[in-house]
Design a binder for this molecule. Sequence first.
Ligand code: SF4
Length: 78
Amino acid sequence: MSTFTCSHHNVPEDWCQLLKTDCVPGRPGCVLRGKSVFLFPVEERIREKEQARRERERESPRAGRGDSGQAEAGAAPR
Ligand code: SF4
């Protein structure tokens, strides 16, 4: 077992600044692809991340991808 750091990882958002999408280590285009072995298949982890993002966006539509949505949160209509 190991941990990693990646210079492209926006940790608070869990966002890949290189690929402009959710950070899923080993996904196509990821710097770790082909260099690491993962316990769970990348396709499964991508699917789970996308589902979680959709649920977050459904609960809070202003919380967009890659930004915290904090700047817009105060302006959200009630
Ligand atoms: S998807 Fe890969 S390249 Fe992107 S932040 Fe995550 S580990 Fe780094």
